[in-house]
Design a protein around this ligand. Structure first.
Ligand SMILES: NC(=O)c1ncn([C@@H]2O[C@H](COP(=O)(O)O)[C@@H](O)[C@H]2O)c1NC=O
Length: 515
């Protein structure tokens, strides 16, 4: 067999002229639709209009042009089936050996801000996927190209043998079904959201691979990094790596965690993360001050950590960052001087995120946790709280400074693995107790880490205290104010302890479990 006739109908016309010119020079007849055909003719590539094949005009603004038996019989006929061959001859139909189609840009269309619904609908390609599916089904005989990256291999094979190999056709067919499945998933996702049904009876998600990873959480686990088609522009999936080795699986997880926390803050903020938990968070007038605090919060744990900043890294901050070993620094950008300083370190990775939008301005997204045999889906936790929404439950209300530290601690504790306790003072964390099986255990860790700094600090708890013991412990350590959701049947016990010690306590009415 050899490729004699190709049908070409592409929205993205990149590389199509050179590809078709070469096919044509090798004697392949090119059939094409409206815009593609005009371009090929203009560039001097001989082309036959689709209407000459179908005997039918392209109608309804291109809604119906290739949807015709003359096209689909040519694509679907089983070449070694006598009955199919007889029908083709009787009806005067011709085989199509190669299909080159890419689809209306649905993704690009819905990515536009304020896209009109009608515009989105008009960009649902019908004729294209139909041809792709026909050709891919009949890959025993027909070659199908949906990605311009495959033009060169097809040309090479046709040049050397007149046809593609069955192996190539199988690969291209599988690629087509992945492509049309992803295309339809995006359409169904868009329509489900428009209909206010984001968790429908059948969830069709699609992700595109950004890179293979050397390994997963451990070296014996295979892994890759994928991105959602319409990921926000300030996520790790869109960050630009300016320096350093490839990111690892654990790096990606930790960097993502750091980015989520730093987006809580509108003022200059720096977050250092180890094993998905913040080990130091600081805010300040400048990014230098914020980093100095994040560092001072726990100078031991930050070593080998991941640091995220929400302002451009300047040379002073870069000098301080370069004093210790850090795996990654993420920031909206770096000054040239800062880059000159940090790129001297071979083992640091630098990631530019572009401007970060504060989490409280962000709509909740659906996030997925996979479990054995399935997954659970929930809205991301984007809840944030103002001082005016807090309920003071103790005799004493927090002072202005305590209130500032309480709100700071609350933003951080939201991102610490439960059971979580965060101690804060002077715009920085001074103790973090993460992922404990009981709350008092988390408090003990945070208090021990804070040492002398616990005196006069505030305490944030991601969920209510089931009894008064944590407050007792906090009071003895010198903590002066507490923020927690409230809602335990033993709230009164905690309030009583707080009052006994003169602690100011506020209830948020909102819990921030993170497992
Ligand atoms: N309706 C049809 O019969 C049809 N046949 C091909 N298309 C699409 O039309 C586009 C190319 O159009 P043009 O060659 O006119 O620029 C391609 O994205 C192709 O997938 C069609 N359009 C949409 O469904």
């Amino acid at each position: 067999m050899s490729i004699k006739r190709a049908l070409v109908s592409v929205s993205d016309k990149t590389g199509i002229v050179d590809f078709c010119r070469e096919l044509s020079q090798m004697g392949v007849e090119i059939i094409s639709t409206g815009g593609t055909s005009s371009l090929l003719s203009k560039e001097g590539v001989p082309v036959i209009g689709i209407s000459d094949v179908t005997g039918f005009p392209e109608i309804m603004d291109g809604r119906v042009k290739t949807l015709h038996p003359a096209v689909h019989s040519g694509l679907l006929a089983v070449r070694d089936n006598e009955e199919h061959t007889r029908q083709m001859q009787e009806l005067g139909l011709g085989y199509i050996d190669l299909v080159v189609v890419n689809l209306y840009p649905f993704q690009e269309t819905i990515a536009k801000p304020d896209v009109a619904y009608e515009d989105a609908i008009e960009n649902i390609d019908i004729g294209g996927p139909t041809m792709l599916r026909s050709a891919a089904k009949n890959h025993a005989f027909v070659s199908v190209v949906v990605d311009a990256a495959d033009y060169s291999q097809v040309l090479e094979e046709v040049r050397s043998s007149g046809d593609t190999t069955l192996e190539t056709r199988k690969r291209l067919a599988a690629k087509v079904f992945r492509h049309t499945a992803a295309y339809d998933a995006l359409i169904s996702d868009y329509l489900s959201n428009v209909n206010g049904d984001p968790l429908p009876e059948r969830l069709t998600v699609t992700y595109e691979k950004l890179q293979d990873l050397r390994y997963g959480e451990n070296p014996h686990q295979q892994a890759a990094f994928y991105r959602k088609p319409l990921a926000a522009q300030d996520t790790l999936t869109t960050a630009e790596q300016l320096h350093g080795k490839e990111l690892s699986y654990n790096n990606i997880n930790d960097a993502n965690a750091a980015l989520q926390i730093v987006k809580e803050f509108e003022e200059p903020a720096v977050v250092a993360v180890k094993h998905m938990n913040p080990c130091g968070v600081g805010i300040g007038e400048s990014i230098y001050e914020a980093y100095s605090k994040a560092y001072a919060a726990d100078p031991t744990s930050i070593f080998g950590g991941i640091v995220a900043a929400n302002r451009i890294i300047d040379s002073d901050t870069a000098n301080k960052l370069s004093e210790i070993f850090l795996e990654i620094v993420l920031a909206p950008d770096f000054t040239q001087e800062a880059l000159d300083i940090l790129t001297k370190k071979k083992n640091i990775r630098l990631l530019k995120t572009g401007e970060l939008s504060a989490a409280r301005n962000r709509e909740s997204q659906f996030v997925v946790t996979s479990i054995d045999g399935g997954m659970i889906v929930q809205q991301s936790d984007v809840h944030s709280i103002e001082a005016s929404e807090l309920n003071v439950v103790t005799d004493r209300a927090p002072s202005e400074e305590e209130m500032k530290q309480l709100l700071f601690g609350w933003k951080v504790v939201k991102h610490v693995k439960s059971n979580a306790i965060v101690l804060a003072a002077n715009d920085m964390t001074v103790g973090v107790g993460a992922g404990q099986m009981n709350r008092v255990g988390a408090a003990k860790i945070a208090i021990e880490q804070a040492g002398e700094q616990a005196k006069g600090a505030v305490l944030a708890s991601d969920a209510f205290f089931p009894m008064g013991d944590t407050l007792e412990l906090a009071a003895k350590a010198g903590i002066t104010a507490v923020i927690q959701p409230g809602g335990s049947i033993k709230d009164e016990e905690s309030i009583k302890v707080a009052n006994e010690y003169g602690i100011a306590m506020v209830f948020t009415g909102v819990r921030h479990f993170k497992h």
